[in-house]
Design a protein. Structure first.
Ligand SMILES: [Zn+2]
Length: 82
């Protein structure tokens, strides 16, 4: 079974590239996580953790994407492909 939150790094819907894509963190951050946010290695999505939160963020287009619902859609589509 594949869980939607296991979906790996994805391409930005705008640039179709993973080159500028970083993970999104939510909730309260550890010190280490704070450092990574400041270093631009991860994007801070806010303190509210919702179920359909986006998992990825394109630093070029400043857009988060790859929410759970989107991932679920893809899993369903893949499961129905053959
Ligand atoms: Zn992009």
């Amino acid at each position: 079974m594949i869980f939607p939150w296991d979906v790996r790094r994805k391409s930005c819907p705008h640039c179709q590239s993973e080159a500028h894509v970083i993970p999104v963190l939510y909730g309260s951050l550890s010190r280490r996580a704070e450092k990574e946010v400041k270093a631009g290695k991860v994007h801070y999505g806010g303190s509210v953790v919702s179920l359909d939160r986006d998992q990825w963020y394109c630093t070029l287009h400043h857009q988060a994407f790859g929410g759970v619902s989107e991932a679920l859609d893809e899993q369903v589509a893949a499961a129905n492909a053959d």
